[in-house]
Write a protein that binds this ligand. Structure first.
Ligand SMILES: Cc1cc2nc3c(=O)[nH]c(=O)nc-3n(C[C@H](O)[C@H](O)[C@H](O)COP(=O)(O)OP(=O)(O)OC[C@H]3O[C@@H](n4cnc5c(N)ncnc54)[C@H](O)[C@@H]3O)c2cc1C
Length: 364
């Protein structure tokens, strides 16, 4: 029997597996390789930090899903792909051959500017590691950082800074200081002016200091663009996505940043038996933001195309929508959001986000 290997339990693969529970793939040995049975849902992690969710509300158990879809679950990390030999290597050294491969492993945090930093540093990805590290940080209450810096001016960095500031306020930690270092492009550079203003107002209300400069590591210090130096107790890096280096070494065609290059059907442009979705890939025909929304929307097309590949069917193109709804939680059960040119904020935005997020995780 021919083998389809799913690499990573990312958004697209979870949805594909769910579809195959209802309509199983024919005559295919299905294997899911992922390092943890738990898939943490990034959209709810700031809410977990803020104290609104338990960890079990923010993660999906891939084990029963894999079982129901008839997939063998291999709890391991892929460390190498040999695309020409059609095989992957797992962390323990074993090799696994495939006839078709689908890659949905996300990305890691880009720590380029923080290389050589010697102070306490948590990076947001991988989320399962961040979850453990954050628990250790808040459990060691005496050593809890008073002066905490979040680096990253995107939506995730802003959300995390607000979640942490809210949690500290609720814990009456009056001497705690939260700083958000956004980089030279400032806060939310990819969003509208109005959304930026709404978010800025919420950050300021929570006492988060916004520093619109780039931070470079210098030993135990962070040096800002203007030459000022900081020595925070803890740095949380939310500094964008970097590809896993083994992708560029795999023989698969990749873009200049090492993400797997795919066509509109999410099929590798160099190896037709390989597919990819989510943050791990870049489209050849158009640039897509690295956001969970695209991974989720591409999922039904990926699932259909993997079926087509295994059953010699026709491939379908994934056409991303022109506008996407973005919702940013502001720590205190208020959220801001944007859709195309519109921006809005309020408790109702949080309730909408909460409903969508709970619905997604609960759906599994
Ligand atoms: C704090 C935060 C909040 C966010 N909020 C939102 C939001 O509200 N909306 C939104 O659209 N986006 C949001 N994002 C972005 C979102 O997290 C990513 O775009 C999304 O997770 C990408 O999905 P994915 O399926 O590509 O990969 P992921 O969700 O990252 O999943 C990758 C999976 O692959 C596994 N894996 C990794 N390496 C390997 C390997 N070598 N071998 C096997 N398995 C591996 C991982 O364990 C994981 O299970 C947020 C990001 C952060 C950091």
């Amino acid at each position: 029997m021919k083998r389809l290997v799913l690499m990573g339990a990312g958004h697209a693969h979870l949805i594909a597996l769910e579809q195959w529970v209802k309509a199983p793939l024919k005559d295919v040995e299905l294997v899911l390789v992922t390092p943890s049975r738990w898939q943490y849902y990034s959209g709810m992690i700031p809410g977990w930090i803020a104290g609104h969710y338990t960890v079990d509300q923010c993660r999906i158990d891939a084990e029963p899903l894999a079982k129901a879809a008839g997939a063998t679950l291999v709890l391991s990390r892929v460390v190498e792909i040999s695309a020409d030999a059609k095989q992957i290597q797992l962390a323990e050294g074993s090799l696994l051959a495939y006839d078709w491969l689908s890659i949905d492993i996300g990305a890691k945090t880009n720590l380029e500017s923080l290389r050589g930093y010697t102070g306490p540093l948590l990076s947001i990805k991988p989320l399962e590691q961040f979850h453990q590290q954050w628990l250790r940080h808040i459990d060691g209450s005496k050593a809890k950082a008073r002066d905490l810096v979040v680096i990253g001016g995107g939506a995730a960095g802003a959300e995390l800074a607000m979640a942490i500031a809210h949690a500290r306020r609720e814990g009456a930690e009056t001497d705690a200081r939260v700083t958000l270092i956004t980089g030279n492009q400032g806060l939310l550079p990819d969003f509208s002016h109005r959304l930026r203003k709404l978010t800025q107002r919420k950050l300021t209300k929570l006492g988060v200091e916004i520093v619109e400069q780039r931070a470079e590591a210098a030993g135990r210090y962070l040096i800002l663009t203007n030459g000022a130096s900081l020595r925070p107790d803890l740095v949380v890096a939310v500094t964008g996505a970097e590809s896993f280096s083994f992708l560029a070494a795999s023989g698969l065609a990749v873009d200049t940043q090492g993400f797997v290059l795919v066509n509109e059907c999410h099929q590798s442009v160099s190896h037709p038996e390989v597919f990819a979705a989510g943050d791990a890939c870049s489209r050849l025909d158009q640039a897509l933001n690295r956001s969970g929304v695209h991974a989720v929307r591409a999922a039904p097309v990926l699932a259909a195309n993997l079926r087509a590949a295994t059953e010699s069917g026709e491939f379908t193109a994934f056409q991303p929508r022109a506008n996407t709804l973005y919702l940013i939680a502001c720590g205190d059960k208020v959220a801001v959001g944007s859709y195309g040119p519109f921006a809005f904020s309020g408790k109702w935005v949080w309730r909408l986000k909460d409903k969508i997020d709970r619905g997604f995780v609960g759906g599994f």
